[in-house]
Ligand binder design. Structure first.
Ligand code: B12
Length: 377
């Protein structure tokens, strides 16, 4: 078989099915990644969302013993929302990060990889393959970097010359000996804007992130949010885009190549107060199809309370009192108490005082006291 010709056919087919960029990489051990993963682990900088051992993550042949190449794909997503509703006083809204706009990208990229897999199988019936999008062992970024999709920026993102960093990544390990592509040159240069702008100093240095401090990670935790971050999270309900929006390489990059990634503004930038009383069924119906709902309703509601507190939105007081008094989840009761304290009207403090008498959970009482402390400031 002429694998050079075959590669050209795969590239042409990928364009036909709407893959924005494709690249080919060798299956050599990812030595630099291995060292980085070990370093991150020993420093406690990992998020805990990573799958597999360091060896599985950096040695593709552990995942597919007959592996000979990796095909990396990228799909561009929009950076601007058409007709974005304004978050106004008395009608405040939260925001989902761009990577959660439109339909869950995992489904869309998996679908593309399945189509690509069928194409390979038709022409090369003895093909063996293993596809991954986000939840697999491989580092999608390390693969993309090697396959020439883009370079690894100081904000950690893979930055493509064409679409900036607003691309989703996925890959397919195959037993076909495709010729590897050349990596793209790193062009961050002296620019350090992302590192300097990160609201929580999570970017330790260019290319190194302490995920435990990254707002994208913090929005996805299920417990009480540490106090240090409660204001910094702002109105973010899921994810954080700061290190991407400030990146000069992303200037004027806004691609609407895929209908699936077009955000519904009422979902990507939803009103905050209705989120506080949304039923499980309604949440699943409305937010289930987006990637930002994968951790369930609780973190989104906790973040919505913190966003209302951030805005000191007095129109939320009655709903917050209801949550503080009646919600079965301690994280929600406690965060509501804290939020009421921050909003800080007399009604808020009186409500916290009286709810204290019926509260037995220590964590929640602790938050109630924190809420009451705002009076002294
Ligand atoms: C865990 C995880 C997170 C964690 C930790 C992120 C992190 N930086 O490690 C949290 C929850 C914080 C997170 C946040 C986000 N994530 Co995330 N996440 C992942 C996941 C599952 C694993 C990442 C990982 O292993 N990190 C460990 C570090 C050490 O490795 P790495 O970042 O993968 O790759 C770096 C190293 O490989 C190193 N490297 C290795 N070899 C070499 C060689 C050279 C020469 C160089 C220079 C560097 C280098 O550079 C790479 C790039 O920085 C991947 C999916 C996957 N399976 O890979 C998605 C993924 C990285 N996330 C993604 C996205 C979109 C995001 C967010 C933008 C979402 C948002 N808006 O909130 C933020 C961005 C935060 C940031 N600045 O990184 C995309 C990135 C797309 C892109 N263009 O880069 C991925 C690839 C998912 C996908 N399939 O599209 N994420």
């Amino acid at each position: 078989m002429d694998f050079h010709q075959f590669k050209e056919e795969v590239i042409a087919y990928s364009k036909e099915i709407g893959i924005d960029k494709i690249g080919f990489a060798s299956v050599d051990v990812f030595g630099e990644l291995k060292a980085r993963l070990k370093r991150q682990q020993s420093l406690g900088y990992q998020s805990g969302f990573e799958k597999g051992s360091v060896d599985e993550r950096s040695e593709p042949t552990r995942l597919l013993p007959e592996a000979q190449s990796i095909i990396s794909i990228a799909l561009a997503y929009p950076s601007k929302m058409n007709d974005a509703p304004k978050s106004k006083k008395g009608d405040r809204r939260g925001i989902f990060a761009r990577a959660s706009w439109g339909r869950d990208y995992h489904d869309v990229l998996r679908d593309k990889l399945n189509q690509l897999g069928s194409f390979l199988k038709e022409r090369f019936p003895e093909v063996e393959l293993k596809s991954m999008v986000d939840t697999g062992e491989l580092s999608d970024r390390a693969v993309a970097e090697r396959a020439g999709i883009g370079f690894s920026g100081k904000n950690c993102a893979i930055i493509t010359p064409e679409f900036g960093s607003y691309v989703y990544l996925g890959e397919m390990v195959t037993n076909i000996p495709f010729e590897p592509d050349e990596p793209v040159d790193d062009s961050c240069g002296d620019c350090n804007i992302c590192v300097d702008t990160c609201p929580t100093d999570a970017l330790i240095q260019g290319g190194q992130l302490n995920a435990q401090r990254c707002i994208a990670f913090l929005t996805q935790t299920k417990g009480f949010l540490e106090e240090e971050y409660r204001t910094k999270i702002g109105n973010r309900l899921y994810g954080c885009d700061t290190c991407q929006t400030v990146c000069p390489k992303n200037k004027k990059k806004d691609f609407h190549n895929h209908e699936e990634f077009e955000p519904d503004p009422e979902i990507a930038k939803p009103r905050l107060i209705p989120l506080l009383s949304i039923s499980n069924r309604e949440f699943k119906e409305k937010f289930g199809p987006i990637s930002g709902s994968w951790r369930g309703k609780k973190p989104i509601q906790r973040n919505a309370i913190l966003a209302l507190a951030h805005y000191r939105d007095e129109t939320a007081i009655s709903e917050l009192i209801r949550l503080m008094e009646q919600d079965p989840r301690p994280v929600i009761r406690g965060t509501a108490a804290y939020g009421l304290g921050k909003i800080g009207t007399r009604e808020c403090y009186e409500a916290i005082e009286s709810a204290k008498a019926n509260e037995h959970e220590e964590d929640v009482l602790f938050e109630m006291d924190k809420g009451l402390k705002f009076q002294e400031v």
